[in-house]
Design a binder for this molecule. Sequence first.
Ligand code: NAP
Length: 255
Amino acid sequence: MPVHVLVLGGTTEARRLAEVLHTHPDLRVTSSLAGRVAAPRLPPGEVRIGGFGGADGMARWLREHAVDAVIDATHPFAERISFNAAGAAATTHVPLLALRRPGWVPGEGDDWRQVDSLAEAARAVQEAGTGRRAFLTTGRMGLASFAHIDDAHFLVRSVDAPEPPCPPHMELLLDRGPFTLAGERDVLARHRIDILVTKDSGGAATAPKLTAAREAGVPVVVVRRPPTPGGVPEAATVAEAAAWIQARSGATASG
Ligand code: NAP
């Protein structure tokens, strides 16, 4: 019997991990997506879409589908699903690993203001002065935090169009990563951006905007990551997560 791995996804890393694990003959890989994106890039292997119904629902799903291991490769800002995974793993005793790409760190020449929430990020945009041209890359779900700001212009980049409430002066850029440095330089220049707002998502796919901002002298408001459930082992890369599961599948096959 192949070892059944559930990959909680919605990120580039989760898709890459599924691609790597899918080639392993001793593994059966199921990727789980929340269903937020209308036309998601699907990983190879089995895919299920939609919520589980909290930690209890996930625990039920793990039992019903005879899951042997779970890798939480969700986005660092997808807080709830990571706590649900920790809860479900604890009740079912299914091993859980969190694949969390390291956060970004400011380098020489960066002008960062780190904040703890989207609400604080909105305040930071206001405090930067009126008439700002802000590049908002925090995703379409948190736009409500900026909806009251009527003296700034927002360039909002998201995969799907946002729903109201949105800021009154807003231009939409429908796109999805990975993004290139040349492309990000072009966005900042073409839209005359003078402040960038981002979550500390980490990873290479969306990092070029930070380099482009540094080069252009554009200040960056960075939203710090939310807390993670304690006691869950972590991998920082797809290779580390693949090694963890391959070690388990070898152990299971021989034991
Ligand atoms: P969240 O707040 O942690 O999750 C809310 C609920 O959505 C969860 O309780 C769960 O519903 C369901 N859910 C989330 N991820 C799921 C998954 N991979 N498979 C099945 N159900 C899932 O998450 P979110 O911030 O809304 O993000 C949703 C998805 O988008 C995540 O998979 C994440 O990897 C991806 N994403 C998020 C961000 C971000 O900034 N938050 C950015 C890029 C990608 P039930 O309780 O019913 O199980």
